[in-house]
Design a protein around this ligand. Structure first.
Ligand code: PAF
Length: 282
């Protein structure tokens, strides 16, 4: 497994048309499952580890985001990863971070990243930074497939839409979805789970319980109310708990399928998100 810092080293023949897994590190079983799907394509697997400053706002956790390169490499090596790309901020944003922030702010985003008023409203500027870095990484790696987890569902839909909107890109790279991987008790795996104390981790189970309640609900309104109640009862601060059209992420008035239930909630200073497909009512 090669560790690559310099983008020009990505241009070697053995990494051409790779299966790409972009990450910010602090890897867990959710990432491992994306790497396994990437390996199943039969292509060389490249994993990037880059904590992208342009997708964090000043009050967020960029500074304290876990950086665990040694453990990440130990997880990736046995999965058959061909290369780990660990660029510097300068390699990704050669014009400097101020320019990058301007580019992120004006990155043309599809409606799914601006209209639903979910992550787009709670984390203004976030998706501009995500779109910018993914665009840059795609440019550098020219992957054949790129693998993203469903846990960040609005992000996944953004990447699907921005790729589809660019015919050259769409012909080059196939965006592959990876199912959310959960702990045995239902907690969705997330790099940010490591911020949780034991008590907070227990309370965080309210997210997956709320989603289960939404799946059993008889109507959108009941499902949304139940989710908010479960979060509240467990001491979480709900940012949103909604049932939306699974493609556009816009509100649904009837319980038309396919839908997604999506949640963002705060436990102390930790913000967690989760979602699930609603396949049946009641
Ligand atoms: O989901 C993530 O880890 C990040 O948002 C991504 C896609 C690697 C871009 O920095």
């Amino acid at each position: 497994m090669r560790l690559i810092e310099n983008p020009t080293d990505l241009l070697c023949a053995e990494l051409r048309r790779c299966a790409f897994v972009p990450t910010m590190g602090a890897l867990h079983e959710g990432h491992a499952s994306l790497v396994r799907s990437a390996a199943a394509t039969g292509r060389p697997v490249v994993v990037s580890i880059f904590v992208n400053p342009t997708q964090f706002s000043p009050n967020e956790d960029y500074g304290r985001y876990p950086r665990t390169l040694e453990a990440d490499c130990a997880l990736l090596k046995p999965l058959g990863t061909a290369a780990v790309f660990v660029p510097s901020v300068e390699a990704i944003y050669p014009q400097g971070l101020e320019c990058a922030a301007v580019d992120a702010a004006k990155f043309p985003l599809p409606p799914v990243a601006t209209e639903p008023k979910l992550e787009d409203a709670c984390r203004p500027g976030h998706f501009g930074g995500v779109a910018l870095v993914v665009d840059r990484l795609f440019e550098l790696l020219a992957p054949a497939t790129a693998h993203f987890g469903e846990k960040d569902f609005q992000q996944l839909r953004l990447i699907e839409e921005m790729t589809a909107a660019n015919p050259v890109r769409a012909a080059m790279v196939e965006i592959k979805r990876g199912a959310t991987i959960r702990e045995a008790d239902g907690l969705a795996m997330s790099s940010r789970n490591r911020y949780l104390t034991l008590v907070a981790r227990d309370a965080a189970l309210a997210l997956s319980r709320a989603l289960e309640a939404a799946m059993r609900a008889q109507s959108v309104a009941i499902g949304e109310t139940l989710m908010r109640e479960i979060l509240h009862e467990n001491g979480l601060v709900c940012e949103y708990a909604v049932i939306r059209d699974a493609r556009t992420l816009m509100p649904v008035h009837d319980f038309a399928l396919p839908c997604r239930a999506l949640i963002a909630a705060q436990i102390g200073s930790t913000r967690l998100i989760d979602n699930c497909l609603i396949t049946q009512r009641g």
